[in-house]
Design a protein around this ligand. Sequence first.
Ligand code: NI
Length: 177
Amino acid sequence: MRVLPRTKFGNPILRKKAKSVPVKTIRMPSFQRLINQMFFTMKWIGVGLAAPQIGKSIQSAVIEVKPIRLRPNVVPFPKTVIVNPKITQYSKKQILDWEGCLSLPGVRGMVPRAESIKVKYLDEKGKPHSETIKGFPARVFQHEIDHLNGLVYVDRMKDMKTLMTESEYKERVLKKK
Ligand code: NI
């Protein structure tokens, strides 16, 4: 399996609202292959990847949280495919935490996100889900669903002065945690 080429900030596809995926398409082998390649592409380097990030403007993203280099202490969240997701409710409480993005390599910034969300989506079998997601996974869902609506995390930042390179982040933030 190969790592898919990734689109980067500046590519207009990251600024488009992605098209919804018909249920019959989800069950096609070509879609299943795409999902597997997306998981493979984000392995070890990310916690989520949205289809526009690999050049496909469709409402699909993959999520899997496990400890990585820049986030050694996260609680794992299992492999999840979200198709045509809709966030139906946001908690009033917001949390400020660091985010990065595979489409903007080498940089991180602090982003406020709702602490918990209610989300509806279809999984890789086309089965509908309606779930409440809390904590760090809720952040990942919000980040990936933003990608499907043409938004990137810097759009959500309140303090652009927190934007920093990964090496400065390792030095100034990670070592102090
Ligand atoms: Ni991203």
